[in-house]
Design a protein around this ligand. Structure first.
Ligand SMILES: [Zn+2]
Length: 127
């Protein structure tokens, strides 16, 4: 009970991760890197407390995160960086909107969204 009231604490800074829009765990879930069954037990972190991943979020609504050292995206292959930025930013934008969509958590991941779009197109294209 107390755990629910407290919400989930960030394993890096110790502060509460107030909602999923700032959750590194849920971002990775939307990216398809974490399975739904691990959401309740996996360690929670703020997006900003995982800068190596957060540096790939490129959006006017997200203050850029810089990483110093070997994981700095500026030291990595530009094509790979561009690919990760596109996918991570897409996932971040989805994370900002999913709760207002009123969809089940199982439909949060990007791959589910793409599959749903394809299904919809097939319906539209069928005579
Ligand atoms: Zn934190």
């Amino acid at each position: 009970m107390a755990k629910c009231e407290l919400g989930y604490l960030c394993e890096v800074c110790g502060a509460e991760v107030e909602d999923i829009t700032q959750s590194d765990l849920y971002l990775r879930f939307v990216l398809g890197e974490v399975e739904a069954r691990y959401l309740m037990t996996a360690k929670e972190r703020h997006l900003r407390c995982n800068p190596v991943a957060a540096q790939f979020i490129v959006d006017p609504g997200f203050e850029p995160v810089l990483v110093e050292g070997p994981f700095d995206k500026r030291n990595q292959d530009p094509a790979e960086v561009a690919r990760r930025e596109a996918r991570t930013t897409l996932a971040w934008r989805r994370l900002q909107e999913v709760r207002s969509l009123g969809i089940p958590i199982s439909d949060y991941p990007l791959d589910r969204m793409e599959a749903a779009d394809e299904n919809q197109q097939q319906v539209l294209q069928s005579p």
